[in-house]
Design a binder for this molecule. Structure first.
Ligand SMILES: *[C@@H]1O[C@H](CO)[C@@H](O)[C@H](O)[C@H]1NC(C)=O
Ligand SMILES: *[C@@H]1O[C@H](CO)[C@@H](O)[C@H](O)[C@H]1NC(C)=O
Ligand SMILES: [Ca+2]
Ligand SMILES: [Ca+2]
Ligand SMILES: [Zn+2]
Length: 289
């Protein structure tokens, strides 16, 4: 476990170019190295379970919210329940076409000023590991969300684990989210709740649309998302950063655009995510179940 964690973080830290981009746009700290991409693609291609096609429905997935707070003010992360209600509506609306839906199973508040301020998977991974080891609930199909303040890392809004990480490190599975990215929060351009949509996209197996840039061997493993050189900043309509393939997919939930700019997952992403969660999270998305 310890060695796996060390490996995971050495892989994460081996991607400085991705981290460097965060300063200019959405602050997602979910990264994956070429080596891990290659291993994951290989494993998925040989173990892939195919979900049915057609009009899809799945039982709502259980969500466990863990609200890490510093003090009992909004600025201290003590969010009102309305934040969670509004966030869940955005998440469910954004995922409606995938057949997945989400319901809050439990919510707890945890007073921990240090985790609230200092949590950072690159600088302080032991805190992240300890927090999840202590509080993560239930199994592979259950979504644990920890809200924090990232006070030491102004450009960090969230990060997630991938489905194929689960088997080796189940207690580390989940999403860490900046509380002020939730609807009603104070993070300018990123406070409509789409940070959670984006991180949940990773949690169900999607990569950034700009993974691999214009020429990398591994792209996002999805055919209908055009390549792009880097994460979009703002909402640059018509931007075309890689030759051919159409304009950049700036309206995609897995880009870095502002919340208001993001509108959808593509059919190719929906196929991938259903198969990822069928393969690695034992979530079966049935036709009209
Ligand atoms: C609560 O924490 C926030 C965020 O660090 C801080 O700005 C605020 O001053 C604190 N409030 C109190 C009453 O301690
Ligand atoms: C909800 O979470 C709280 C805090 O962790 C725990 O005490 C309680 O038992 C949980 N309730 C359910 C129904 O899981
Ligand atoms: Ca693509
Ligand atoms: Ca193009
Ligand atoms: Zn991301």
């Amino acid at each position: 476990m310890v060695s796996y964690t060390a490996l995971l973080f050495s892989l994460l830290c081996g991607a400085p170019s991705v981290l460097g981009m965060r300063a200019a746009g959405r602050g997602c700290a979910t990264t994956i190295s070429e080596a891990q991409l290659a291993a994951s693609a290989q494993h998925f291609s040989t173990h892939r379970k195919q979900a049915p096609t057609g009009l899809l429905k799945a039982k709502p997935l259980d969500v466990y919210f863990h609200i890490i707070y510093k003090n009992e003010t909004l600025e201290g992360g003590f969010i009102p329940e309305s934040f969670i209600t509004d966030q869940m509506k955005v998440l469910n609306d954004d995922f409606a076409k995938t057949g997945l839906s989400f319901g809050v199973k439990n919510m707890s508040r945890i007073h921990h000023p240090q985790w609230f301020s200092e949590l950072n998977p690159y600088e302080n991974e032991y805190m992240d590991v300890e927090m999840k080891r202590r509080y993560r609930q239930s199994g592979a199909a259950d979504l644990n969300i920890f809200t924090v303040g990232f006070e030491r890392e102004a450009e960090m809004y969230g990060y997630a684990t991938f489905p194929f990480n689960y088997a080796d490190n189940p207690t580390y599975d989940g999403i860490v989210l900046l509380y002020s990215s939730m609807p009603g929060g104070s993070t300018v351009n990123f406070n409509l709740g789409r940070t959670l949509t984006h991180e949940t996209g990773h949690w169900v197996g999607l990569y950034h649309t700009f993974q691999g840039g214009c020429t990398g061997t591994f792209h996002d493993e999805v055919e209908d998302t055009p390549r792009e050189a880097r994460g979009a900043v703002g909402c640059p309509i018509g931007q075309d950063s890689c030759p051919g393939g159409g304009v950049d997919p700036i309206h995609n939930f897995m880009d870095y655009s502002d919340d208001a700019c993001m509108t959808h997952f593509t059919p190719g992403q929906i196929t991938r995510l259903k198969d990822q969660i069928a393969t690695y999270r034992q979530i079966v998305v049935d036709v009209d179940a």
